[in-house]
Design a protein around this ligand. Structure first.
Ligand code: HEC
Ligand code: HEC
Length: 313
C-alpha cells in the first residue's frame, strides 16, 4: 500500500482520482439504467437479406414455420388471439397488414416476439432469408386479405457470402445490389424535400438526427441508423406498434424516396446534425453527459486553484 501513499502526493493524483470516480459513476449509471440493454439491442446490426433473388419458395415449409413460430400468438389462420372483451391476448389479427408488415417485423428481428406485452427491439433476424421467403409466400397464399406488398423496387439488405456457392456469383450479386442501391438513392434529386418531410413527419418521434426518443407508456421510437431503405419504406406503409401509417397516398413513393435518401445521409454522417450529436449515445441521457462533463470541469478547476494556492504557501 505504500506505493499508493507515495503517489497520492503526485501533482496529478487529484485529477486521476476524479477521472476514475467519474468513469466508475458513468459505468455504474449505464449498468443500472433500465434502458441500457434495450439500447444495445437496438444498435446490433440486423442481418436481413433481401429476398427477390430467391426463386423457388417452399410454401409447405412456410406453413410449418408459421404454425410453429407465429400461430401461438397470431392463431393458425392469422386472425389473432383475443379474450371475450375483444382485447388482444397474445398477438393481433395480421390478415390485413400485408406482406410489407410481415417482412418488416421478421427482417428487423421484432417477430417472432418473445413477450406479447412489451415492445420488441431491433434484433438479428431469427430465421434465414429462405425461411422468410417461404413464410411470406405462405402468408400471401393462405392468410393475407389485404395490406401493402413488399416494396421490391426498394433495395433491402446486401447479399451475403454464405448464400452463394462461389465467389464470382457473390461478387456479381453484390455489384448488382450496389448499383441498385446507389441508383435508388441518387434517384432522389430533391434532398431538401427529403429533409422537410423527415422534419415534419418523423423527427418529433425519432429525433432530428434519427437517434430515437421515448414515447408514452414505456414505448419508444427506436434509432433508425441501421434500417435498410426497404425497412424504412415498410415501416412507413405498415406503421409498426405506436408508429402511424404513412400510406403511399399520404407520402407518395417519390417523396418516400427523397425521405429515405435523407435518412441515408443521417446514417452515413451520424454527426451531421451537430458538433457532438449526443443522440448517437443512445438512451443514456444527454443531460447526464453534460452534467458529468460540467462536474469534471468544475472539480478540475477546484484542484487547479488549490494546487496554485499550495504552491504559493
Ligand atoms: C409471443 C407472441 C408472438 C409471436 C410468437 C409472434 N408475434 Fe407477431 N405480434 C405479437 C404482438 C403482441 C404484436 C403487436 C406488437 C405491437 O403492437 O407493438 C405483433 C405484431 C405483429 C405484426 C405487425 C402487425 C401490424 O399491425 O403491423 C406482424 C406482421 C407480426 N406480428 C407477424 C408475426 C410473425 C410472422 C410471427 C412468426 C414468425 C410472429 N408475428 C410471432 C405477438 C407475437
Ligand atoms: C408517433 C411516433 C412516430 C412517428 C411520427 C414515426 N415513427 Fe417510426 N417508429 C415509431 C415506433 C414506436 C417504432 C417502433 C415500433 C415497434 O417496434 O413496434 C418505429 C419504427 C421505425 C423504424 C424501424 C427502425 C429499425 O431499425 O428497426 C423506421 C425505419 C421508422 N420508424 C421510420 C420512420 C419514418 C421514416 C417516419 C416519418 C415518415 C417515422 N418513422 C415516423 C414511432 C414513430
Amino acid at each position: 500500500m505504500k506505493w499508493i501513499t507515495a503517489r497520492r502526493r503526485h501533482p496529478l493524483a487529484g485529477y486521476v482520482v476524479v477521472i476514475l470516480a467519474l468513469a466508475l459513476f458513468g459505468v455504474g449509471y449505464a449498468a443500472l439504467a433500465p434502458t441500457a440493454e434495450q439500447a444495445q439491442a437496438q444498435t446490433l446490426a440486423a442481418d436481413a437479406p433481401s429476398q427477390e433473388n430467391v426463386d423457388d419458395v417452399d410454401i409447405a415449409n412456410g406453413e410449418d414455420i408459421f404454425n410453429q413460430t407465429c400461430a401461438t400468438c397470431h392463431n393458425y389462420d392469422g386472425s389473432g388471439t383475443y379474450d371475450e372483451n375483444g382485447e388482444i391476448l397474445r398477438g393481433p389479427d395480421i390478415r390485413g397488414v400485408g406482406a410489407a408488415a410481415v417482412n418488416f417485423q421478421v427482417s428487423t428481428g421484432r417477430m417472432p416476439s418473445m413477450d406479447p406485452d412489451a415492445q420488441m427491439p431491433r434484433k438479428p433476424m431469427a430465421m434465414t432469408e429462405e425461411e422468410l421467403a417461404d413464410l411470406i409466400a405462405y402468408y400471401n397464399a393462405q392468410i393475407r386479405t389485404g395490406g401493402p406488398d413488399i416494396p421490391y423496387d426498394v433495395p433491402g439488405e446486401a447479399p451475403e457470402r454464405s448464400s452463394f456457392e462461389d465467389e464470382a456469383s457473390y461478387e456479381a450479386a453484390l455489384e448488382e445490389y450496389e448499383n441498385e442501391y446507389d441508383s435508388y438513392l441518387e434517384g432522389a434529386d430533391d434532398t431538401q424535400m427529403g429533409m422537410q418531410l423527415y422534419l415534419t413527419n418523423c423527427a418529433h418521434c425519432h429525433g432530428w438526427s434519427g437517434g430515437g426518443g421515448a414515447l408514452t407508456d414505456g414505448r419508444w421510437a427506436p434509432e433508425i441508423h441501421d434500417a435498410t431503405p426497404r425497412q424504412i419504406y415498410e415501416a412507413m406503409v405498415s406503421g409498426p406498434g405506436a408508429m402511424p401509417i404513412f400510406s403511399d397516398g399520404a407520402i407518395e413513393p417519390e417523396e418516400k424516396q427523397e425521405l429515405i435518401s435523407y435518412i441515408k445521409t443521417l446514417q452515413a454522417e451520424p454527426d451531421a446534425g451537430g458538433i457532438f450529436d449526443l443522440q448517437r449515445v443512445g438512451q443514456v441521457a444527454e443531460g447526464l453527459i453534460a452534467w458529468v462533463v460540467g462536474l469534471a470541469l468544475i472539480i478540475a478547476c477546484a484542484i487547479w486553484i488549490t494546487a496554485k494556492q499550495r504552491a504559493h504557501d
